[in-house]
Design a protein around this ligand. Structure first.
Ligand SMILES: Cc1ncc(COP(=O)(O)O)c(C=O)c1O
Length: 469
């Protein structure tokens, strides 16, 4: 892989040294919810906005606070309350809000060159070469987009162009975005008038806490799961399958981490059938799980991979990467777009990768993950409504159940704990009965501990309210 000459590469990397303590938090003043939240200014603004804006996420519906600013691992609302951020926006600002190096890089290109379609620019060349150098295996052919859904859509079309096959398999409860192709390989509710496109099939996927296929001792039987997929492609598909499309760890489904042997066995299944493995790393990439790419945990190289969210650390930039074997497919699908790979986007992504490397954030996220693992285990031991806890690096999930034997999902408790903790100064993410957390990977352990204390307290409060204590 050639490297950009010093003259061709922009000066994003060397510019603007920043204070290494820029995101340090003084826990004597943070979090601070002096005005019960959502406060009066939040309520008034949200009411005005929601008269016009429709389709809010449950994150907002359950706690309609109005944010004014963010710095590092904290957010401040319009009533002056400050929160610890356990959401990174929505898995996006992994390096913290307004990381000086990323902000400086975007600002520079906002003043230099905003768009020139898909013409080559120095900053794009530098990003392409950087990403190719850190990518997995031979995933060094790529194209950039401005949201995860567009990257997934391009990935699906690349799989079809590369194989000449039409059908896709995806996993129960996966999420890949909201365009027609992306929703077709995700959980959908047919009672809401949504229709899956022809050729898209959902099959069970690994879920160790709630396995579809299990051994006599109750643990997940991955061989049986793969065996079912063998039967499915033989008996149920209409034509040959182009790809299996999966999130390495399911985000929206509740930080569901597969069994260790799932991806290695799935890779072998794909190879037996000439099926491509498409890993949608939009949510899990760029250090979120303690590795640059989540698939590295299982040492499995996919054929196609998508990146998003933490890739630009807040600036909308995403990517689809494919094996060099499928280089021709990009031209076949006419992969370019209006905004993909614009100079500001490339500068943001390049600065983000540099920050991850320079600040040693993969190791830090993994270390923080070990801290979270211990705290989660302690919480599970102390709270009867916790059925399961799990994390990889800074991607966490806590599954609330009415009863540990029946494992009946406890949605009411999930909503209450989310609201309780938010009111105590923790900005985070609900998912029905599963609590989800994705703190910025720059977070220091003392701040992470304070966030976990808030969740612990909130679960205790709700257990008392609901008669579990
Ligand atoms: C795994 C995964 N893929 C794709 C998407 C879609 O990304 P975007 O919302 O940027 O279109 C998401 C969004 O949450 C996601 O989690």
């Amino acid at each position: 892989m050639p490297t950009a000459s010093v003259n061709a590469a922009p000066s994003v990397r060397t510019a603007g040294d920043y204070d290494p303590n820029w995101a340090r938090v003084d826990l004597s003043v943070v979090p601070n919810v002096a005005v019960p939240a959502p406060g009066p200014k939040s309520k008034a603004l949200h009411e005005r906005a929601s008269r016009i804006m429709k389709g809010y996420s449950s994150q907002v519906r359950l706690f309609p606070v109005v944010f004014e600013s963010g710095k590092g691992v904290t957010l401040t609302d319009v009533d002056g309350n400050t929160y610890i951020d356990f959401s990174s926006g929505i898995y996006v600002t992994s390096l913290g809000h307004c990381h000086p190096k990323v902000s400086e890089a975007v600002a520079r290109y906002a003043h230099t060159l905003m768009n020139c379609h898909d013409f080559t620019t120095p900053v794009k060349t530098a990003l392409l070469e950087k990403l190719a150098s850190v990518s997995m295996g031979d995933l060094t052919c790529m194209q950039f987009y401005s949201n995860g859904t567009a990257a997934v859509e391009a990935g699906l079309r690349i799989c079809r162009a590369a194989t000449g096959r039409h059908e896709f398999l995806s996993g129960f409860m996966d999420f890949h975005g909201k365009s027609y192709g992306a929703v077709s390989c995700a959980r959908m509710d047919p009672t809401k008038g949504v229709v899956r496109a022809p050729g898209f099939h959902m099959v069970p996927r690994s879920y160790p806490y709630r396995p579809t296929f299990f051994k006599a001792d109750g643990t997940e039987d991955v061989d049986a799961l793969i065996g079912f997929m063998e039967t499915y492609v033989r008996e149920a598909c209409v034509g040959p399958v182009a790809a299996v499309v999966l999130e390495p760890i399911q985000g929206w489904a509740g930080s569901v981490i597969p069994s260790e042997d799932y991806f290695p066995k799935l890779r072998a299944f794909c190879d037996r059938h000439g099926i491509l493995l498409f890993a949608d790393e939009v949510l899990t990439c760029m250090g979120r799980t303690g590795k640059m790419f989540c698939m590295e945990h299982w040492d499995v190289v996919p054929d196609v991979m998508t990146l998003g969210k933490g890739f630009g650390n807040g600036f909308p930039v995403t990517a689809v990467l494919a094996s060099e074997r499928f280089a021709d497919s990009f031209a076949k699908i006419s992969a370019s777009t209006s905004y993909g790979g614009n100079p500001m986007a490339c500068a943001a992504a390049l600065a983000s990768i540099d920050v991850i490397e320079q600040e040693g954030l993969l190791a830090h996220a993994a270390e923080l993950g070990r801290f979270f693992e211990k705290r989660l285990a302690k919480m599970k031991a102390e709270h009867p409504i916790i059925g399961d806890v799990r994390n990889k690096g800074c991607l966490l999930g806590v599954e609330l159940v009415k009863d540990r034997v029946s494992k009946e999902p406890f949605d009411e408790a999930g909503a209450r704990v989310y609201q309780r903790a938010f009111g105590k100064g923790l900005a985070w993410i609900p998912a029905g009965h599963i609590l989800r957390m994705s703190p910025p990977i720059i977070m220091e352990e003392d701040v992470a501990a304070r966030g976990m204390d808030i969740i612990d307290e909130a679960i205790g409060d709700v257990e008392r309210e609901l008669g579990y204590r």
